[in-house]
Ligand binder design. Structure first.
Ligand SMILES: C[S@@+](CC[C@H](N)C(=O)[O-])C[C@H]1O[C@@H](n2cnc3c(N)ncnc32)[C@H](O)[C@@H]1O
Length: 178
């Protein structure tokens, strides 16, 4: 299967989806034919907030829910969500910083790769056959083959200096039960 790869340059911004090339990549996936349920478990200041069911742990963020993302994802039925926007903290350090800020426990579950593994399992469960997950991070692992996804598109956004690129991976779930 062919993967469409591209690279852009943009200033870094913690509001990831406000970065122009990222915003431009995501938008067509949200307004496509047959897209009715879009879920964003880490919404922060996403410009697509009004198009999705929004969640963010931080109570100061304007979102419909303020739950831990894992608990939030568990509230959705199997194979019912058309698109998941998956923009979690990118490192164990970012997870710890966020949890400390919210006075939440920082433990083995929050500071190891299990944090992302558990979230990915839930995303894999709720996305519908042929549905999309758009993952942002410092790797292109996405949700992964083992959960039934294949990569359609990867965008690298360089930020200059020795800053990490932001990597956006668009995956589609197989059109069969997983
Ligand atoms: C990378 S930012 C998302 C940025 C967003 N896509 C945007 O364009 O503005 C990650 C967000 O996840 C939230 N967050 C961190 N850990 C969380 C958790 N366990 N559950 C829910 N939200 C969490 C943070 O408060 C932060 O707003």
């Amino acid at each position: 299967m062919r993967i469409n790869m591209s690279r852009s340059w943009a200033m870094p911004n913690s509001n990831t989806f406000s970065i122009k090339p990222i915003k431009n990549l995501i938008k067509p996936y949200l307004v496509g034919k047959g897209v009715s349920q879009v879920v964003d478990p880490f919404v922060r200041n996403s410009p697509f907030k009004n198009l999705c069911i929004s969640n963010d742990l931080d109570p100061l963020i304007d979102a419909q829910f303020h739950m831990d993302a894992l608990d939030f994802l568990k509230t959705f039925d199997d194979r019912k969500v058309d698109v998941v926007l998956f923009d979690p903290p990118y490192s164990t350090r970012q997870v710890s910083e966020c949890y400390r800020k919210m006075d939440k426990a920082v433990n083995m579950e929050t500071t190891q790769s299990l944090f992302w593994t558990n979230l990915k399992r839930e995303v894999g469960r709720i996305v519908s056959p042929n549905g999309i997950c758009i993952t942002c991070g410092w790797n292109s692992g996405g949700i992964g083959k083992s959960l039934g996804f294949s990569i359609e598109e990867i965008l690298l956004v360089a930020h200059g200096g020795w800053h990490n690129d932001t990597i956006i991976t668009v995956e589609r779930k197989a059109n069969a039960l997983v």
